[in-house]
Design a protein around this ligand. Structure first.
Ligand code: NAP
Length: 681
């Protein structure tokens, strides 16, 4: 069987014999992988000329909805992926992270986009910047999709998740993708890609797959492209310095191997909850995916006086995690993905032994349950001990990408911090302690060297997502050795595939260009009150000025009695005279309540609910006898998708509200969000 690529709208088989890929448990032949004969320049052109324009015609919400439908489609086929994932040596739990964890990322990005972004083809970011005295010249940032192709190169350990966590933000941003999985596990990526294509949910050219080598692909990269890479630091560095990347200033996001750590706090006693949690996490990270996780704990840094207790407890734990064929009952850890990876890990363990002793495993003599010892890629859980971690370089430098971890002692917390930094930058670190002062010291002194840090104690352990799990909402990536990249992290990931451009012009031009009201833009007025208008009838910039109201002492007294807020600035004549204001002033909350009374049109109509209030600033005090009025402007409209159980179609209208006094001074500024019915569904 040929493991195929999908390029230029069709499945492609490479010429020649290709690379043979085999089952990690028994060495059975799965297929051969080749991309020979592929025109890589054409693949990139197809993405840029066919996929890119189709995606850019869609709004962010439309792209996000396709992603959700795709996630649902893949979920319906998940058992087929589990079946193939087993060939990589994964247990059911390992496969869950890869398959359902990956599909979960699609759901997550789909919902983030529909919740946080407008239903537009581009984004408006940050605040309006005032650039001139009179306010006629102003500035704002926008983000548009890059007009190239996102090339995603993945490591072998997460054939599904690795692909999905990268395509989700690219496709949401409006960039077509070319996915290149690692050859050894490409058959699983291909299996999922067949469903992605089969679903018909993505526009032609939005998704292409290259199984096998990438040939001269990098020579055809252009200025608007993006490359992301996950894999070893050596390959990453090579690709990042390719002339195709450097000459075109192509953003290159790199996720590389790192020496992640877990640190047991100085105050943690054996037998305490935090001690047991530490042992459980180190053993779990060693054995999940047979340690083939970029986030796995490679260095367990423990107080010198706890080494013996940690050693004992870890051995007991690892004894309960038998190695073998995951389809056999009781087996908790499968083989590595292939025998060449297995030999790599042996080689690295042998290098580590230069400065470490073996506490557990580490020998070619070991038991397996099921599977084929000679043809499979089994590797025993191996625990090492480095007694002089200050002087040794190997355990801070060599990543054995398998079930291998080195225990190292520290004498005080500052030494622990130094050891943490010796990894020269990692994806993740964890600290196990119930002492928050200790946690604070470690976190603040090591954060610069980590992409993610988690502090585990018995309060959060029950619900913790664990040391090894990157999450869609949080940054995944690390400085230095870990590649210096940043993936995921919520909306940051989407913006990675967009160009941020500063736009300058008149407020009215910027309003028309962005579809958002900009202060100073020409007002639009109408005899009809805006609360009487349906979503689609409201225009950006539409303004309503209210009647005036003089604030009286009765207002302050009534509001104080109603709310119980008798703060001295409103009620104590003497204290108020000595206060910042020099006199009694109205409650700020009275002003926004009074403003609501002034700007609403009270009769039932298309405005269904008040959604919230943001960016509130009180600018000038309002005293007894001051006269206020309000101005509301339609600032932004966000059309909401009608869900099957929604009785009405709606949109969110953001109103810029300004409260102004008798001297035409602004006393308060804020945004109010209302839910408004629409009839254009
Ligand atoms: P690798 O050998 O560096 O390969 C990574 C990817 O690069 C594979 O798809 C590989 O394809 C491709 N590649 C290799 N040479 C290339 C070239 N000249 N041009 C274009 N593509 C090329 O790493 P791996 O063995 O697959 O993965 C294991 C490593 O990845 C470990 O060190 C691990 O720590 C790291 N990793 C890091 C993260 C992270 O998020 N930081 C995640 C997972 C893994 P072929 O397979 O066809 O060679």
């Amino acid at each position: 069987m040929n493991i195929q690529s999908y390029v230029k709208g069709e499945w492609f088989s490479g010429q020649g014999d290709g690379v043979q890929v085999v089952n990690a448990i028994n060495g059975d032949f799965i297929g051969s992988v080749s991309s020979d004969g592929m025109d890589f320049g054409d693949v990139l052109r197809y993405a840029r000329e066919v996929g890119g324009p189709a995606l850019r015609r869609m709004t962010l919400h439309e792209r996000a909805l396709r992603l959700k439908a795709l996630a649902q489609h893949l979920m319906e086929h998940k058992e087929e992926f589990y079946e193939v994932s087993a060939w990589t040596g994964a247990t059911r739990a390992d496969s869950w992270i890869d398959i359902e964890g990956g599909i979960g990322t699609l759901f997550s990005y789909s919902s983030l986009v529909r919740r946080e972004f407008p239903n537009e083809t581009f984004l408006v970011e940050g605040n309006q910047e005032r650039l001139s005295q009179q306010g006629t010249f102003t500035g704002r940032h926008i983000l548009v999709p890059r007009e190239g192709v996102a090339v995603h190169i993945n490591a072998f350990n997460f054939p599904c998740w690795g692909m999905l966590e990268k395509i989700a933000p690219s496709l949401c941003a409006g960039m077509p993708v070319v996915v290149k999985p690692a050859t050894v596990s490409s058959y699983l990526t291909e299996k999922m890609a067949r469903e992605i294509i089969g679903s018909g949910l993505l526009p032609d050219g939005a998704f292409q797959l290259i199984c096998g080598r990438t040939g001269d692909l990098f020579d055809h990269l252009m200025e608007q492209d993006v490359v992301t890479f996950t894999g070893s630091a050596s390959t990453g560095r090579k690709l990042k310095s390719h002339p195709g990347v450097t000459a075109n200033s192509i953003p290159f996001n790199m996720e590389a191997d790192s020496l992640n750590l877990s640190l047991l706090g100085e105050t943690v006693e054996p037998g305490s909850a935090e001690f047991d949690l530490f042992i459980r996490e180190v053993a779990r990270e060693m054995t999940v995916k047979a340690g083939q996780k970029c986030t796995a704990i490679r260095r367990a840094i423990v107080p010198a006086g706890r080494v013996e207790a940690v050693d004992e407890a870890l051995k007991q734990r690892l004894d309960r995690l038998p190695l073998g064929d995951p389809s056999v009952d009781g087996v908790k850890m499968g083989p590595l993905v292939g025998r060449s990876q297995m030999e790599d890990v042996w080689e690295n363990v042998n290098r580590l032994i230069g400065s470490c002793e073996i506490l557990y495993g580490g020998s070619r003599e070991f038991e397996i349950t099921g599977g084929d010892r000679d043809r499979g890629a089994f590797f025993p859980a191996t625990l090492l001990y480095c007694g002089q971690p200050d002087n040794a370089t190997e355990p801070h430098d060599i990543e054995a990408f398998g079930p291998v971890c080195t225990v190292m002692p520290y004498t005080d917390i500052d030494e622990a911090v130094l050891l943490a930094k010796k990894g020269r930058g990692s994806l993740v670190g964890s600290v196990f302690t119930s002492n928050d002062a200790e946690a604070r010291h470690i976190v603040l002194n090591t954060a610069a060297w980590h992409g993610r840090l988690l502090v585990i104690n018995s309060d959060c352990a029950g619900e913790s997502t664990g040391h090894g799990s990157p999450l869609p909402a949080l940054v995944h990536g690390g400085p230095g050795r870990a590649g210096g990249g940043e993936e995921l992290g919520g909306e940051r990931a989407i913006k990675h595939y967009m160009q941020r451009t500063a736009i300058q012009g008149s407020p009215t031009t910027l309003m028309r260009l962005t579809g958002e009201y900009h202060q100073g833009a020409a007002p639009l007025t109408d005899k009809v009150h805006p609360f009487r208008k349906y979503f689609e009838e409201l225009q950006i910039g539409e303004t309503h000025d209210s009647y005036r109201r003089t604030v009286t002492e009765a207002d302050i007294v009534n509001f104080g009695c109603l709310t119980g807020d008798f703060f001295y600035a409103h009620f104590d004549e003497t204290a108020a005279a000595n206060s910042l204001f020099g006199k009694r002033v109205a409650h700020g909350y009275f002003l926004i309540s009074a403003a609501a009374g002034m700007f609403v049109d009270p009769a039932p109509g298309p405005v269904l609910a008040n959604y919230g209030l943001e960016n509130l600033r009180f600018i000038e005090p309002v005293g007894i006898g001051d006269t206020i009025r309000t101005k509301i402007v339609v600032k932004q409209k966000i059309k909401k998708d009608k869900r099957p159980d929604d009785t009405r179609a709606t949109g969110v209208v953001r109103w810029a509200v300004e409260i102004i006094n008798q001297d035409d001074k602004t006393v308060a500024l804020y945004d109010v969000m209302t839910l408004v019915e629409r009839r254009d569904d």
